[in-house]
Design a protein around this ligand. Structure first.
Ligand code: PHE
Length: 319
C-alpha cells in the first residue's frame, strides 16, 4: 500500500490526477488507508500495537506525498504564469494635456517672456465687472438677456475676460502688465465655429506713456512666436465701450488665403481707468482679448470647434 500510494502521488501530473490518488489512498469513505484502519479493529491485542505503528507511518508518508504533489503542481502553475522577458513590452497608456490647455500654457509662457504675469477672475461674475466698470451702461444692447447667461439681475456667467482687467486694476496701482486666460459664456448656437462656452486670453498693460504702437508690437511678437514668423497682423477700426480707439485684430499666415479675425483690442478708455481709481492724465494702457480656440485651431489645423469639447481620445491623442 505504501509504495503504491507513494508512486501514484509521485506520478500525478495534474490536479485531477492528484485528487484521484488522494481519494484512492487517503479518501475518508473508501480509501485504501481507511480499509487498512478497519482491519486494525479485527486484530488480536498482541498484534495491534505493531500494526498501529506501521499504519501511522504509512499514513504520514502518504499525507506528506500528497502535500508534496500539490506544492509541485502549484509551483509549475506559477512558473507558467511568470514573466517572459522575451515578450515585446506593452506601453502603458498615458494621458496628456488637452490641446486647449497646451495652448493656454504656451500663451502664459510667451507673454511671460514679454513681462506679463497671470491674473485670474471668477466665471460667475457681477454685472458691475462685466459691464458697468467697463463703460457699458445699463441700456447698452450688449447687456441683452438674449445675449448673456444671467444668474440673477446682478450676476451672470462672464461674457468676456475683460472683467479681469477691472479686478486687477481695482486690486493694485499702476503699472500693470497681466494676461488672464479663462472661460467665457455666450448663448450662441453651437456649430463648427461657435460654442456657448469658449476661452479668451485677455491682455492688459497700463503704465506711463503706453501707446497703440506697444499694443501692435506685443501682438505681432506674440502672433509670430505662436503661429510662425511669417504671420502678418492687421488692425481694423472697431468699437468697444471699454477701449478708445478700438480695433479688430486680424491675422494672416503663410499659405492662408484670407485674414482671420482673432479678437478685439484698443487703448483702455479713460472712463475705465477712472472707474478703478487710475488717473488717465498719468497713465495710459492697452487691452486685447483673443479667442483661444481660434488660435489653437489655427495652429493645429482643427476645423471644428466641437472636437475640442467632446473628449474623444481618438482626437485628443493627436496632440
Ligand atoms: N472683450 C472683447 C470681446 O470679448 C475683446 C476685447 C478685449 C476688446 C479687450 C478690446 C479690449 O469681444
Amino acid at each position: 500500500l505504501e509504495s503504491e500510494g507513494l508512486a501514484a502521488l509521485g506520478a500525478a501530473d495534474s490536479p485531477e490526477a492528484v485528487e484521484a490518488a488522494r481519494i484512492e489512498y487517503l479518501g475518508q469513505k473508501s480509501g485504501r488507508l481507511k480499509a487498512a484502519q478497519e482491519r486494525l479493529r479485527t486484530l488480536e491485542p498482541s498484534g495491534k500495537r505493531a500494526y498501529g505503528q506501521r499504519f501511522n507511518g504509512v499514513k504520514q508518508a502518504l499525507e506528506a506525498a500528497l502535500e508534496e504533489a500539490r506544492t509541485r503542481l502549484e509551483r509549475r502553475a506559477v512558473a507558467a504564469d511568470a514573466l517572459d522577458v522575451t515578450l515585446p513590452g506593452s506601453r502603458p497608456r498615458l494621458g496628456h494635456r488637452h490641446p486647449l490647455t497646451q495652448t493656454a500654457d504656451e500663451l502664459i509662457d510667451l507673454f511671460g517672456r514679454f513681462g506679463f504675469s497671470v491674473a485670474r477672475g471668477p466665471e460667475v461674475e457681477d454685472t458691475r465687472h462685466n459691464f458697468d466698470a467697463l463703460n457699458i451702461p445699463p441700456v447698452h444692447p450688449a447687456r441683452d438677456p438674449l445675449d448673456n447667461f444671467y444668474l440673477s439681475e446682478s450676476t451672470m456667467l462672464r461674457s468676456q475676460t475683460s472683467t479681469v482687467q477691472i479686478r486687477v486694476m481695482e486690486a493694485q496701482p499702476p503699472p500693470v502688465r497681466v494676461i488672464a486666460i479663462g472661460r467665457v459664456y455666450r448663448p450662441d448656437t453651437v456649430d463648427a465655429t461657435h460654442s456657448f462656452m469658449f476661452h479668451q486670453v485677455e491682455g492688459l498693460m497700463v503704465d506711463r506713456g503706453v501707446t497703440m504702437a506697444d499694443l501692435k508690437t506685443v501682438l505681432r511678437l506674440f502672433a509670430r512666436s505662436y503661429l510662425g514668423q511669417d504671420v502678418k497682423i492687421r488692425f481694423r477700426p472697431s468699437f468697444f465701450p471699454f477701449t478708445e480707439p478700438s480695433v479688430e485684430v486680424d491675422m494672416l499666415w503663410h499659405g492662408g488665403d484670407r485674414w482671420v479675425e482673432m479678437g478685439g483690442a484698443g487703448m483702455v478708455d479713460p472712463n475705465v481707468l477712472r472707474a478703478v481709481g487710475y488717473d488717465p492724465e498719468e497713465v495710459t494702457g492697452f487691452a486685447f482679448g483673443l479667442g483661444i480656440e481660434r488660435l489653437c485651431m489655427r495652429r493645429h489645423g482643427i476645423d471644428d470647434i466641437r472636437l475640442l469639447y467632446q473628449g474623444d481620445v481618438r482626437f485628443l491623442e493627436q496632440f
